[in-house]
Design a protein around this ligand. Structure first.
Ligand SMILES: NC(=O)c1ccc[n+]([C@@H]2O[C@H](COP(=O)([O-])OP(=O)(O)OC[C@H]3O[C@@H](n4cnc5c(N)ncnc54)[C@H](O)[C@@H]3O)[C@@H](O)[C@H]2O)c1
Length: 254
């Protein structure tokens, strides 16, 4: 028996990287997985590998920054599975697609707006899309993916850090507003995580430097984040809401 047997969980940006690890880990605990990603080929490949392994999964092509597509993601999930127990708002402009790393005054206004549209508005749109179904059920768990850069401070990614700080504020408001329906809302702040199979030298160097700041002196991998996601989706965290859990090897402490 899994801790998430028959729970229906949507993972945005679930096709690759850390999102894929969430999908695999949650499926391993018995959840039915909806992979909502802009990359159709990668999402379909993941669904095939999950179903081949005996899990229940489907993909829905979703650009989280688009109102209709976010609403459609929730509707298609209800049509197929009849309920939505969890939403992990993980999709972001981060490395797929990649963002610029430049001083704040060199970030183009267009890129600033695109990061806000995907990372922050997308989180809002997807929460808004699932909330009516969760209210009707009288339960649900929404998990918003922020970033350790908000607490750590990170130069040259002002647009990204601002969007992820917004995610934490939004999480707290959602927790207050949806709590009366027994819908919990929490955030995870991952540390720098090696989420591509072939990291370039710049990323490896960044990882070596970040390791010095950690209490646990090793690289962070996507699988390091999965246990926290399972916990927040499960009834083990039934009385927790509005929290931001840093999963970064003890780099930041609050
Ligand atoms: N990897 C890290 O070091 C790190 C650290 C802190 C926080 N995070 C956060 O964790 C999450 C996952 O990180 P990752 O490294 O796996 O990211 P990634 O860039 O490798 O993957 C992002 C996923 O989101 C999808 N996506 C992009 N735009 C989308 C859109 N508009 N609609 C739907 N899907 C879209 C991509 O296709 C991809 O599958 C992100 O929110 C990221 O900001 C990552």
């Amino acid at each position: 028996m899994g801790r998430l047997d028959d729970r229906v969980i949507i993972v945005t940006g679930g096709a690759q990287g850390i999102g894929k690890a969430y999908c695999e880990g949650l499926a391993g605990e018995g959840a039915k997985i909806v992979v909502a990603d802009i990359d159709t080929a990668a999402a379909d490949a993941l669904v095939r590998s999950l179903t081949d392994a005996g899990h229940e999964a489907m993909s829905v092509v979703t650009d989280v920054s688009d109102i209709q597509q976010a609403d459609n993601m929730a509707k298609v999930t209800i049509d197929r599975y009849g309920r939505i127990d969890g939403l992990i708002n993980n999709a972001a402009v981060f490395q797929r697609p990649s963002m610029s790393r430049v001083p704040f005054d060199q970030v183009s206004v267009e890129e600033w707006d695109r990061l806000m549209a995907v990372n922050l508005r997308g989180t809002f749109l997807c929460a808004r899309a699932v909330a009516p179904y969760m209210k009707e059920q009288g339960e649900g768990s929404i998990i918003n993916i922020s970033s350790g850069t908000v607490h750590f401070g990170a130069a040259n990614v002002a647009h990204y850090v601002a969007s992820k700080a917004g995610v934490i504020g939004f999480t707290r408001v959602l927790a207050r507003e949806l709590g009366p329906w027994n819908i919990r809302c929490n955030a995870i702040a991952p540390g720098l995580t090696i989420s591509v199979e072939d990291p370039d030298e710049a990323r490896l160097e960044g990882d070596r430097q970040r390791m010095q700041a950690r209490s646990i002196k090793r690289s962070e991998l996507p699988t390091d984040l999965v246990g926290t996601a399972i916990f927040l989706c499960s009834s083990d965290s039934a009385f927790m809401s509005g929290q931001t859990l840093a999963v970064d090897g003890g780099a930041t402490m609050r």
